[in-house]
Design a protein around this ligand. Structure first.
Ligand code: ADP
Ligand code: ZN
Ligand code: ZN
Length: 831
């Protein structure tokens, strides 16, 4: 090693390889390359990659001739030093390479990987074509001709190593897409607009109606407000007002509104709302906080000054969001950026509408369903943000987990909403990071406050708060002192014995639903399984169709008449005869949301029923549309999986039914009790949000189960106290760290052998801190047999050292010739 006059760039390649790679910076690029810029480098025989410069130095490595940097893609860095520090922490803690973090962190539009596919943007207008340079036109011609050509293939065409810079330009101009599978955004969101109905043909008729409505004052009041809002529009047909606003202004219920619809006094239509572009103005002032809420806000601010990580534990409907809004407002005024994390894309829409009302043009959104061009655009806006500059859009970014990677230049606050949600953890592929925990680390690096909010904290977070590592603020009052729902259990076993069940409903739940429907109140039903039946069975011989690639039975989906594997997607037609004995006597076992939906439509033929689960929301925009129809009262009963439990805010739900709590409680995982509590408490929180106390009915065959009792008593603390004792006793987080090692192999006996071998190696170092190997609940997925081991490490042990040792051992096992075919996946803090 020696110092040389030449300059070198250490770069991160977008590949799952350890470490940085060193390239020589040629004369022509001297002074034009800085950390955080992308350069084009060759790796392997012919492949060109866009790599990210981490460091520049002049240390020459002996005996190695470094390849040259081929080209430079940026004229200034696309991310900051703090981004790199976060990446490095993630790579070390979650045990993966920087290249893997890079892949997760950068939007594909900034990656230009060799394997990425390039295609023409159909929306790119002809007129724009003339503005392209000759090189750009040339490349565009090739892309047009060869649909879905890869960056690698393009590299071998006319422009060779000059390809990537030209691609970058084309991308910037919006002429192409890179690797784009899911192209959708909230472009097609709609808003319900109220107009006068068909019966209101004349001014005279209108006045007469107002007279007649004297007997129904609420309807009259609503119509009055509608007319008032349209005072300056004389033409009857042109009078229009958003439904949501009308309901809010009048304070009346949906029943009142629906009454007017029925009489054709009012009518509605759907109007697409604009993409949430800059230029939106705020439409409401910030609500003043009620006293307990104000106290909570004061406590949070006091806590921040001592402990930048603070947990806000506030019951459902306590108005946590309004508290966030206050904190955000202050931060915006200080000219700082805010990151607001949500666990699911589906939730962003509802939250964004709320934030948009208050913060207008400052709000930006970021998640994986946006197109490349949009994500790159947002990336740049966040990067270039400066206090006081013209473009203040994206000063507040609402996003899902990958938003933690955005290149904030002036981040002042992070909010993690619904911090207990599992979906903050990335399961596959690496980096298997937890966005909440990574955000906590980021906040520490940047020395800025972070607020974790939820009604049902994760045991880990609550423990941290209780032991003083995090600040803790609790808000146990609901807005307008709305009552918590009444929660009751109904014994499923008894109802089945007495044969009083109506389909999947106990008489108690059936009655509640009927009475709610009569009063035009809404109902949510929760069933933790999607599809029609979890499996089908031959009555004659007991044959159950299974997946050919996974160790699970196939789930019947009636809508598509298919049996589907929920692990790999394999599917077959519903068989007409048994696959073993040819008998035609096949029955459906168990029930999923699809079946519940069908049975409900028989029990309540006049109710409008919808389903919210993975199947119903696969198509674009379906999620938002289903929620929207429920929100504005077009749907009476919503049946769903855990999708419906996640922080959605509805105003007219009175009854919530949990069809079978046993499914949740009996799940074999150390977190299943905590999760059952969270799911049930969250779904219960949907009941009776505004006008009336709600009712929750939990159907279970274990009404005396500790967790159920705690849900009924709304006793989070009690649940936590018991959990924390068990966690300690059985060596689980937060007292121990868990690293899960998953081995996968096509061959069953080989897997067994290698698993034994790895376990022995690991045991020699970690002793009985290693558990397993064992088959997981599903022992084969996508043709690969699976075995798992768990390392349980005391908090005091240095994880970094432990991980390094584990890595060495696993590598030496894998390095043996006969073990080559095994796949090893390491997951730190698995969920
Ligand atoms: P949480 O997030 O705790 O479940 P939200 O913030 O969604 O609660 O509040 C529940 C409802 O109460 C929302 O519709 C919200 O607008 C309303 N709300 C909460 N606090 C206030 C307040 N101070 N003034 C007016 N409305 C409020
Ligand atoms: Zn059979
Ligand atoms: Zn399968």
């Amino acid at each position: 090693m020696s110092n040389s006059p030449e300059k070198y760039a250490d770069v991160i390649l977008p590949l799952p390889l350890e470490g940085l790679f060193t390239y020589l910076i040629p004369e022509e690029f001297n002074g034009k390359i800085a950390p955080g810029m992308r350069v084009v480098v060759q790796f392997g025989a012919k492949k060109f990659y866009s790599a990210l410069v981490r460091r520049i130095h002049n240390i020459k490595l002996e005996n190695i001739t470094a390849k040259l940097v081929e080209n430079v893609l940026d004229d200034k860095p696309i991310l900051s030093e703090s981004c790199f520090l976060l990446w490095e922490w993630i790579a070390t803690y979650y045990h993966c390479t920087l290249g893997e973090v890079l892949k997760a962190a950068l939007p594909s539009g900034l990656k230009l990987e060799s394997e990425a596919r390039v295609s023409l943007n159909d929306e790119y207008s002809r007129a724009m074509l003339e503005l392209l340079s000759p090189k750009e036109s040339l490349l565009l011609g090739i892309i047009k001709e060869k649909k879905g050509i890869s960056v690698f293939e393009l590299n071998n065409t006319a422009l060779k190593k000059g390809t990537l810079p030209v691609l970058k330009e084309l991308l910037k101009k919006g002429a192409i897409h890179i690797d784009e599978e899911i192209r959708e955004s909230y472009k097609a969101r709609t808003e319900t607009i109220v107009t006068l109905g068909a019966a209101m043909v004349s001014e005279e008729k209108l006045l007469r109606t107002l007279d007649l409505l004297i007997k129904i004052p609420k309807q009259r009041e609503m119509l009055h407000i509608f007319l008032q809002e349209n005072e300056d529009i004389p033409d009857l047909k042109s009078k229009a007002y958003p439904k949501k606003a009308l309901l809010m202004k009048s304070g009346a219920s949906l029943t009142v509104f629906n009454g007017l619809l029925k009489k054709e006094v009012l009518a509605v239509y759907e109007q697409p709302t604009d993409r949430l572009e800059a230029g939106n103005e705020a439409t409401r002032a910030i609500f003043p906080l009620y006293p307990a809420q104000q106290t909570a806000l004061d406590q949070i601010e006091a806590s921040f000054s001592k402990n930048p990580v603070t947990l806000l534990h506030g019951v459902t409907s306590s108005g946590k969001t309004e508290i966030y809004i206050q904190l955000i407002e202050k931060c915006l005024k200080d000219g700082k950026q805010i990151l607001y994390l949500l666990p699911e894309i589906g939730l962003t829409t509802q939250m964004i509408s709320r934030l948009l009302e208050v913060f207008g043009k400052h709000v930006g959104v970021y998640h994986s369903r946006f197109s490349d061009a949009e994500r790159v655009e947002i990336w740049n806006k966040v990067l270039n943000f400066q206090p006081g500059s013209q473009d203040q859009s994206h000063q507040l970014v609402v996003g899902t987990r990958s938003a933690i990677f955005l290149p904030f230049s002036a981040l002042g606050l992070i909010i993690v909403d619904e911090e207990h949600e599992n979906s903050y953890k990335q399961y596959d592929p690496a980096p298997r990071y937890h966005a909440r925990d990574s955000a906590v680390v980021l906040s520490t690096m940047l020395k800025i406050p972070i607020l974790l909010g939820t009604a049902t904290p994760s045991v880990e977070t609550y423990y941290n708060a209780k032991t003083g590592r995090y600040g803790l603020v609790e808000l146990m009052e609901r807005y307008q002192q709305m009552e918590l729902p009444e929660i009751v259990t109904v014994d499923l076993k008894r109802a089945y014995q007495r044969k009083t069940m109506r389909s999947y409903l106990t008489p108690e739940l059936f009655e509640e639903i009927s009475s709610a429907l009569e009063k035009k109140e809404q109902v949510i039903l929760f069933q933790n399984r999607r599809g029609f039946s979890p499996f089908i069975e031959c009555k004659n011989c007991g044959w159950i169709p299974k997946c050919t690639s996974c160790d699970v039975s196939l789930t019947y989906h009636k809508n598509t008449k298919r049996l589907v594997c929920h692990y790999c997607g394999y599917s077959i037609y519903y068989p007409s005869v048994c696959g073993a004995c040819q008998s035609g006597d096949i029955t459906n076992k168990g029930f999923g949301t699809e079946k519940v939906e069908e049975e409900l439509s028989l029990l309540f033929p006049n109710a409008a029923i919808e389903r919210l689960d993975l199947d119903a929301t696969r198509s674009k925009k379906a999620f938002q549309n289903i929620l929207h129809r429920f929100d504005c009262g077009d749907t009476d009963i919503l049946v769903g999986t855990q999708m419906i439990t996640k922080g959605l805010d509805f105003e007219h739900v009175r009854v919530v039914g949990i069809l079978n709590a046993d499914n949740l409680l009996n799940f074999p995982d150390f977190r299943s009790h905590e999760r059952s509590y969270q799911l049930m408490a969250q779904v219960s929180g949907r009941a009776g949000r505004r006008h009336k106390q709600g009712k929750v009915i939990i159907q279970t065959s274990q009404p005396d189960h500790f967790i159920i009792q705690k849900v009924v008593a709304n006793d989070y603390e009690g649940m936590y106290n018991r959990q924390i004792v068990e966690r300690k006793e059985f060596k689980y987080p937060p007292f121990y760290r868990i690293i899960r090692i998953t081995l996968k192999h096509k061959d069953f006996t080989e897997l067994d052998r290698i698993a034994q071998e790895s376990a022995e190696a690991l045991r020699s170092r970690f002793g009985n801190r290693l558990l397993g190997p064992e088959y997981p609940a599903v022992g084969r997925i996508k043709l690969m047999y699976i075995k798992q081991m768990w390392l349980k490490l005391e908090r005091e042990i240095s994880v970094t050292t432990a991980k390094r040792q584990m890595q060495q051992m696993l590598e030496s096992v894998k390095a043996r010739d006969k073990n080559k075919m095994v796949q090893i996946v390491v997951d730190v803090d698995p969920m």
